[in-house]
Design a protein around this ligand. Structure first.
Ligand code: ATP
Ligand code: MG
Length: 405
């Protein structure tokens, strides 16, 4: 296994202090799948105070210490080091009532969610794989550690975690685990909106998201009732999702597009998604079918603004690809050309906002226009300019205004 120097050093220091320590969880799994781990988590028999002693000479962050986690900065690499734990009874189906520390690695591995996440590795002692995680990596399988129904009853968030891992690695969900997911789906009602939101964001960005959303549709509808839509609409949503660039505003727009802008916003509000995301999705769906062509890009820029226009181009491309499968090259060429056209308009300083219009409010006031009329007239002028019906030229625009009166 490829292990960062910082993680090796932390394990060595713990061992020299007389404590067992292993790499654990995601990093062991990722390495086995040939993926470079994004971080290294360590589990150890050392109790929190003992870890603090071992790492007294290092910068540490103690926010998770009550739960046994100390973050240690080794060569400016943050390592999460956690005391072996037994999780207590699950009170609210999410938070263990208490954290009990243990000196026994097996206990710590048994509380972990899936076999592929429950392996530990020591640079000298090698792999500790008590539940067949390596076999499941080979078989491309997500399987609960222990009895699946029990594990989902303890913590229903694991249902969504199973989806996210299966989609990310394109693994299947093992039969008993899948059956338990259907049986225990109602427990997702106890999971907080924020947790569902964060797992959903992870899922949507994963390669195999559409397959999981297709297979476990009813589970998603249970977790997010506002998401419910007829079969045909769901099918269409997933087709667009599969063609979509992996950006959250686009992925959510693709998934929610059959619901329309208002209902889509409700879904995201219920999930307490950030306002910026809610508004992007709302704007994209409200203008989903805004005509985009070389002649109309300046108008589209006015409607969408200089960031959202590129999102809309990408979303329309996904819609188009989903509708005309097999013609992706043509579609990509068309939308590539529109994107270039838009970039050229922006680079040339083309007018698409009131602030870049050659005529200002006080020019109109000087002509005797007053109150609300000023704003309305400015908008009319801007529209003429972006539609190519007038030049963005002060004299010409003022002449137009005089003729309007
Ligand atoms: P990622 O690459 O997404 O970070 P990860 O496997 O590191 O994947 P984390 O959410 O960071 O996932 O959790 C670290 C480890 O903690 C997991 O590998 C798993 O062993 C354990 N774990 C996390 N959440 C749960 C849970 N809800 N129930 C049981 N074990 C969990
Ligand atoms: Mg992790």
């Amino acid at each position: 296994m490829i292990i960062s120097q910082a993680a090796l050093q932390a394990i060595r220091l713990l061992n020299e202090g007389g404590y067992e320590a292993y790499l654990v969880g995601g990093c062991v799994r990722d390495d086995m799948l040939g993926i470079l781990p994004h971080d290294y988590d360590i589990c150890t028999a050392a109790l929190p105070e003992e870890m603090q002693q071992v790492f007294h000479a290092f910068r540490t962050v103690e926010t998770g210490l009550k739960h046994g986690t100390l973050t240690v900065l080794v060569d400016s690499e943050p390592l999460e080091i956690t005391t072996y734990r037994l999780d207590g009874e699950y009170l609210d189906k999410r938070h263990p009532k208490e954290v009990t520390f243990t000196r026994n690695l097996e206990n710590d591995l048994s509380r972990r969610d899936f076999t592929v996440n429950a392996m530990a590795f020591h640079p000298d002692l090698g792999l500790v794989d008590l539940f067949g995680g390596r076999e499941d990596c080979k078989r491309k399988t997500i399987r609960c550690v222990g009895n699946a129904a029990t594990r989902f009853t303890e913590d229903a968030l694991r249902i969504l975690r199973a989806f996210r891992f299966a989609a990310r690695f394109r693994f299947d969900i093992e039969e008993n685990t899948a059956r338990a997911i259907f049986d225990k789906q109602h427990l997702l009602k106890n999971i907080s909106a924020e947790r569902i939101a964060s797992e959903m964001n992870g899922l949507l960005q994963a390669e195999g998201a559409a397959d999981i959303l297709r297979t476990f549709r009813e589970v998603f509808f249970t977790a997010m009732p506002a998401l419910q839509m007829p079969d045909e609409a769901w099918h269409r949503a997933l087709q667009v999702l599969s063609c979509c660039e992996k950006k959250l505003p686009l992925l959510w727009s693709a998934l929610l597009h059959p619901l329309g802008a208002e209902q889509a916003k409700t879904v995201l509000q219920t999930l307490k998604m950030p306002n910026a995301l809610q508004e992007d999705v709302y704007a994209l769906l409200a203008h989903l079918h805004l005509p985009l062509s070389p002649e109309k890009m300046q108008y589209a820029l006015m409607v969408m603004g200089k960031e959202r226009i590129f999102l809309l181009l990408s979303l329309q491309q996904a819609l188009h690809s989903a509708e005309h499968s097999g013609r992706e090259t043509e579609t990509a060429a068309r939308y590539g050309m529109l994107q270039q056209k838009t970039e050229a308009l922006l680079a040339s300083g083309a007018c698409y906002t009131l602030s870049s219009l050659a005529v200002k409010g006080n020019d109109l006031a000087a002509l005797g226009i007053q109150g609300k009329k000023i704003g309305e007239t400015l908008h009319k002028l801007l529209e003429k300019v972006v539609l190519g019906e007038a030049e963005n030229d002060r004299e010409q625009l003022l002449l137009l205004v005089r003729n309007m009166k």
